[in-house]
Design a protein around this ligand. Structure first.
Ligand code: CU
Length: 134
C-alpha cells in the first residue's frame, strides 16, 4: 500500500469515528417538549409538570427534583428548598414523564432539575424554570 493510500485511510477512519460519535450524541435523550415550558409563567393551579423526551427513559433510574423558594422572588435563581413531588409517572413507553405536584405552588420561580437515564444507557441532565403567577 502506498503512503498516500495509508493517509487517506487514516483520514477516512477518523471521519467515520467522528460521525459515529456525533450520531451517538444526537441519540441521547433530549427534552423535546414540556409543560410548563422553560421560562413560562403559569397559574398556581398547575397540578403537574409534564416532560417529553426524544427517546424512552428508564424512569426508575431518572431523577427529577423541583426547587423553589415559594416566596415571590422575581429572579429565576435556584433555591435550595426542595418541593415534594409525587412519583414520576411514565407514559408513551417512557418518552413522556408526568410529575404530579403534591401541593399548590405558591407564587414565585421554580426550577426543575432532571438527570435521566435513557434506554440507550446514556444519562443527560438539564433544568426547566417557570414562574407561578400571583
Ligand atoms: Cu445516548
Amino acid at each position: 500500500m502506498s503512503t498516500s493510500r495509508c493517509v487517506n485511510w487514516t483520514v477516512w477512519s477518523t471521519l467515520v469515528s467522528a460521525l459515529l460519535i456525533a450520531t451517538q450524541v444526537l441519540a441521547h435523550a433530549k427534552l423535546v417538549e414540556s409543560h410548563p415550558t422553560d421560562g413560562e409563567t403559569v397559574p398556581s393551579i398547575t397540578n403537574e409538570i409534564t416532560i417529553a423526551y426524544s427517546m424512552p427513559l428508564e424512569v426508575r433510574y431518572s431523577v427529577f427534583e423541583l426547587y423553589g423558594s415559594g416566596v415571590d422572588n422575581r429572579a429565576p435563581q435556584v433555591s435550595r428548598d426542595v418541593i415534594e413531588l409525587g412519583g414520576a409517572i411514565s407514559e408513551h413507553g417512557g418518552r413522556v414523564i408526568r410529575l404530579p405536584l403534591t401541593d399548590v405552588l405558591k407564587p414565585g420561580w421554580y426550577t426543575l432539575r432532571w438527570n435521566v437515564l435513557a434506554i440507550d444507557g446514556h444519562t443527560t441532565e438539564g433544568t426547566l424554570r417557570f414562574l407561578v403567577q400571583d
